[in-house]
Design a protein around this ligand. Structure first.
Ligand code: SAJ
Length: 418
């Protein structure tokens, strides 16, 4: 295909999407307001960690199939994949989408397509993008195809899931949806389902809301089980033997730029109706403070004043810190005048980060397993027991071998059990 694609926003989604289209034979230009990102991209380098993505970008860049610029260029297809952050009042910050859409207008011509990839509140395409795009004096849906094609990939598996996952494409009319479907068909192997733009926006938000509500249910279960002296992880394991039950897992909170954010976009639109959705968010947001409370109670009991946190990312086996609940957990603990040391093999820079796990745990009275990174499966409890001042563990992920820890004299406390 000879078409030229301009992708606005070279982040976690823009970069791999650019790579997929370039690999499929399109001429791709990535646009970002950050000059550092653009310069790196033009050298075939990226500043995010995602398996195999760096190799692919280098290769496509060497072949001259990928370029970057700080301003848009004339193209046949414009893809908006800029952030939709959340404001302090939990409403969506639409400024990036607005400015990216405005930046496209001078380059639009008959026959072009504009695609929103970013996860956005319902009606973003209809009520925010269309009025801006119409300033071009072209007729949207006739002269220019417009659609929402939300990504559904999970960090850590982006390159696989971009190809294999099913996709929903919501057009402002059938013609737009079909045109955009044909573009994505060049690399998507999953099914592609067509609908209208606002339905596609709501689908994307509800997928993440479904997960958030289920995680909240698991976190509530953890609190209830602790109160009643039951092991929540046993309840989850056995209840999930039912063919139609899939209880999720408790933890120190929900992070990432998706699940902890997207449900608020629904609450913003219909606050009087989104009761369960709102409560799920509040429940999951309560977890860092809940775990901090456990930490302070244990330290008070043993008279210690140092805690070691294992893992600060928002989920295992990644360097991604976006909205990590562990950062909030550390803040809560620090407010109690407790010293905190951190060990995370994936993260390069973090306050009080120590390069060695056992050095981080030296003189500590409690180790909190906050993220279940693979590396933590090999913790040497004997070595750990020798460097610590008091032998306490809080496992928020049901990840450590409790029997093994206890055999080395640890007081092992599991979130959702005691
Ligand atoms: N978590 C729990 N308990 C669980 C599952 C997850 O506490 O049982 C926590 C994790 O520790 C993490 C957070 O939830 O802090 C979110 O992690 P995740 O792995 O569930 O999801 P994300 O945020 O990395 O990616 C999600 C995915 N959405 C769904 O699975 C419905 C992905 O497919 C989306 O593309 C992505 O959001 C996005 O971009 O919207």
């Amino acid at each position: 295909m000879n078409k030229k694609i301009c992708i606005l926003g070279l982040g976690y989604i823009g970069i791999p999407t650019a790579a997929m289209f370039a690999k499929a034979g399109f001429d791709v230009i990535g646009v970002d307001v950050n000059k550092e990102v653009v310069d790196a991209f033009n050298k075939g380098e990226i500043i995010i960690e995602e398996p195999n993505l760096d190799i692919l970008i280098k290769q496509l860049s060497n072949e001259g199939k990928l370029k970057a610029s700080t301003v848009p260029v004339e193209a046949d297809v414009f893809i908006v994949s800029v952030p939709t952050p959340i404001n302090k009042d939990k409403t969506a910050d639409m400024t990036y989408i607005e400015s990216a859409t405005n930046a496209i207008v001078p380059f639009l011509k008959k026959g072009d397509a504009v695609i929103l990839e970013s996860t956005s509140p319902p009606q973003t395409v209809e009520k925010i993008m269309l009025p801006i795009l119409s300033k071009s004096n072209l007729v949207m849906g006739e002269d220019v195809y417009v659609a929402h094609s939300p990504e559904r990939v999970i960090p850590g598996r982006i390159l696989i899931e971009l190809v294999e996952n099913n996709r929903i494409i919501g057009g402002i009319n059938q013609k737009s949806a079909e045109y955009v479907r044909d573009l994505y068909k060049t690399f998507v192997k999953g099914e592609i389902y067509l609908t209208d733009a606002t339905t596609a926006e709501m689908c994307k938000l509800m997928e993440n809301t479904f997960r958030d509500v289920n995680i909240a249910l698991a976190n509530e279960l953890a609190k209830i089980c602790e109160k009643m002296g039951i092991n929540a992880w046993d309840v989850i394991q056995f209840a999930n033997k039912h063919p139609r039950v899939n209880l999720h897992q408790p933890g120190p909170g929900v992070g990432g730029h998706c699940i902890a954010v997207d449900p608020w976009f629904i609450v913003e639109k219909t606050p009087e109706l989104a009761n369960i959705i709102n409560l799920a968010r509040v429940t999951n947001d309560s977890m860092p403070a809940y775990v901090a409370e456990k930490v302070t109670t244990i330290l008070k009991a043993c008279g210690g004043n140092k805690v070691t946190i294992l893992g600060v990312t928002y989920k295992p086996d990644t360097d991604d810190m976006r909205e990590s609940p562990v950062v909030e957990l550390i803040e809560h603990i620090s407010h109690h005048n407790i010293a905190v040391s951190v060990y995370d093999p994936h993260v390069k820079h973090f306050e009080n980060k120590v390069e060695d796990l056992y050095e981080a745990a030296a003189d500590s009275s409690l180790v909190v397993l906050a993220v279940n990174h693979k590396q933590f499966a090999d913790v040497d409890f004997e070595k750990l027991s020798k460097v610590m001042k008091h032998k306490n563990i809080v496992d928020t992920r049901n990840f450590f071998d409790s029997k093994k820890a206890e055999s080395f004299g640890f007081n092992y406390s599991l979130l959702g059990k005691n």
